[in-house]
Every structure is written in C-alpha cells, then in structure tokens.
Design a protein around this ligand. Structure first.
Ligand code: NAP
Ligand code: GLV
Length: 312
C-alpha cells in the first residue's frame, strides 16, 4: 500500500513536499509521486494539490483524500472524483496566521488611504486627507470559518467594528454575526470594507455582484481573498467607475495567472496580488496532513472533513 502525492507541483516542489512528508507520515508506507512510475492498485491515500481532473478516479483501493489546499472547489469540480471517499481540506494554523496578517495589512492599506497617497506622490501632490480611526471604519467578513473567524477577531481586537456572515447561525457572540440572505444585506449595509473569505460553492459563486455592491455604504472598499469565481468582474468595474466603491484589493481571479491584457492590472482603483494571501506552508501542512492520515486510519476525528453536499 502507498501514499500518492499529486498536484500542480514543479519537480523542486515535489522534492520539498516529499522531504517534509517523510518526516511525519505514519507507518512505513512508501510515498510515491505522480510524475514517476507507481502502482495505482497500491495507493490508499492521495495527498493532492489541484491534481489534473480524472487522476483520482483510477485508484481502485483509494481510501482517503487529503487536500494540501484549504479550498477544494477545483477538486470538487472534477466530475470523476469518487464521491464515496472521505476528503479533507487543509486546516492549518500557519495558513490562518498568514491570512490574518494579510487581512490586517490590506485593511490598514485601505483604512489609511494608501492608494490615494501613493497616487498623490506620483503626481507630487501635497494634500492631507481626513484621518478616521479604526473605530469609524466598520469591516464585514463573509465566511466565519477557519480563516474568516480569526480574521474577524483580529480586526475587532484592533478596534474595527466587525460584522460577519456565515451559513448557519453562530452560537458564540465574540463577533456580531448574521446568516442567510437577510443577514447578508445587514452585513453589507455595515461594511465600509468588505472582506470575502467564503468557500466557492454553487451557493456563493458570483456573490460579489452588483446587487451586493448596491447594499454597501457609498465609497466602500472590497477585498477578495477567497476565489475569483466569487466576483462578477464587470459589476466590480462598473461600481468602481461610478465611485460606489473606491477600491478593490484582489488576490484571486477567474483566470490565474491573471492574463497580461486584463483590465485589472492597470486599473487605478484595483490592487492586484498573485494569489498569495495565505499560501500552504509545506513544513506545517506536511505535519497536519500526516496527522490526519493517522487519525483517519485509527478511526479518530479528521480535521477539515469536507461535506460533499455543502461543497465545503
Ligand atoms: P471554512 O473553514 O470551510 O469556512 C467557510 C465559512 O464560509 C464558514 O463560516 C461557512 O459557514 C461560510 N459559508 C459557506 N457557505 C456559505 C453560504 N452559502 N452563505 C454564508 N456563509 C457560508 O473555510 P476556510 O478554511 O475559512 O477558507 C475559506 C476560503 O478561503 C477557501 O475555501 C479558499 O477558497 C480561500 N482561501 C484563499 C487563500 C488565498 O491565498 N487567497 C488561502 C486559503 C484559502 P458556517 O460557519 O455556517 O459553516
Ligand atoms: C489557497 O487558495 C487555498 O485554498 O489553500
């Protein structure tokens, strides 16, 4: 029996992952990589990072799939993915910390009006803008999961009034939160900065659209740190053009890498990042993935088990 490592890795990345995984994998099952010869019948675990569609359907003894990414939307879009095999997404405190740091940096970038000051500098313009404090700048967080909730809590601790949105009502009251369609309108109404940290599912695709932008306070800013499929690009451009939104920070896109001729690259009210809000850290992810494999075969709880019907 063996453990298969498969993804959109370079040979160097395969080598990094292999050396990290070998420090932690349970038992003495060989780790095989998809770019080399391996016996498909021997594979009982697949460690995956956006594997090619169809690649997991021809492993007759596969028992468990562990994603090395937090988001599993691309994996679940593969119609040939076996539906009866447990799939876990990555829940990693190192990734959470990275996302919290990213969200804090981008909220302050917007809050302290850096896009405007950078533009002024390029024009040699000396102009002092009004200086609201964090307590004057409410932030909305869509998605209160492994990443969204710590982001919401960190921003609240810095003095921003924070509201959050989840699918189910939340029992804890650490963050003012809402759910459902009415709840989304309430969150939007209060969000001078709106951060998206939802998983991409049939329910959340294209959720960052004209109707939502209309519900934000005039002059709000948007931060999409989740998936490009959440955003209706044309609606964003229209909302920026008519100043309903002042700025958008975008880390994720429908097409990645963002095509060189895409309008977002040069738009003065858009800041583009190359999907770097919180990348997987092989050192910590290898340990977490290995612990999950051990937990699965020991019949213990697995972290990040994906509910196929919910899509996350
Ligand atoms: P998670 O733990 O599964 O949390 C998802 C949250 O979204 C939960 O609070 C869930 O509500 C809520 N939600 C799901 N569907 C909803 C709906 N229809 N309406 C309202 N709320 C809904 O996910 P996560 O680990 O925080 O990750 C979120 C996403 O971040 C990933 O799926 C991935 O796309 C993205 N991501 C991006 C990067 C990057 O570098 N840019 C890095 C990592 C992850 P409940 O609490 O009620 O279940
Ligand atoms: C990155 O976007 C991830 O889902 O891990």
């Amino acid at each position: 029996m063996s453990i298969l490592l498969i993804g959109d890795f370079t040979e160097t990345e395969y080598a990094t992952w292999s050396s990290r995984l070998l420090l932690h994998l349970p038992g003495n099952e060989p780790l095989v990589q998809a770019t080399r010869e391996y016996d498909k019948r021997a594979v009982r675990v697949a460690l995956v990072a956006n594997p090619p569609a169809g690649s997991l359907s021809s492993l007759p003894n596969l028992r468990f799939i562990q994603s090395l990414w937090a988001g599993v939307d691309q994996l679940l879009s593969d119609a040939s993915l076996p539906t009866d095999i447990p799939l876990a997404r990555l829940v990693d405190p190192a990734m959470t910390q990275a996302m919290v740091e990213c969200a804090i940096a981008q909220v302050f970038y917007l809050h302290r009006q850096l896009p405007t000051y950078l533009k002024q500098q390029s024009e040699r313009m000396w102009r002092q803008l009004a200086q609201p404090l964090a307590s004057d700048r409410s932030v909305g967080v869509l998605g209160l999961g492994a990443l969204g909730l710590p982001v919401a809590r960190a921003l609240a601790a810095l003095g921003f009034p924070v509201v959050g949105w989840s699918l189910n009502p939340r029992k804890d009251t650490s963050i003012e939160s809402y759910h459902g369609t009415d709840g989304l309108a309430k969150v939007a109404n209060k969000s001078r900065i709106l951060i998206n940290l939802l998983p991409l599912t049939s329910q959340t695709a294209r959720i960052l659209n004209e109707a939502l932008f209309q519900q934000l306070p005039t002059g709000a800013a948007l931060m999409n740190l989740a998936r490009g499929g959440h955003l209706v690009e044309r609606d964003l451009l229209a909302a920026l053009d008519d100043q309903r939104l002042t700025h958008a920070v975008l880390d994720v896109f429908n097409a990645e890498p963002l095509p060189a001729d895409h309008a977002f690259w040069t738009h003065p009210q858009i800041t583009v990042f190359p999907h770097v809000a919180a990348t997987t850290d092989p050192a910590s992810a290898a340990r977490i993935a290995s612990e999950n494999i051990a937990a699965f075969f020991a019949g213990r709880n697995v972290s990040g088990l994906v509910c196929r019907s919910r899509g996350y």
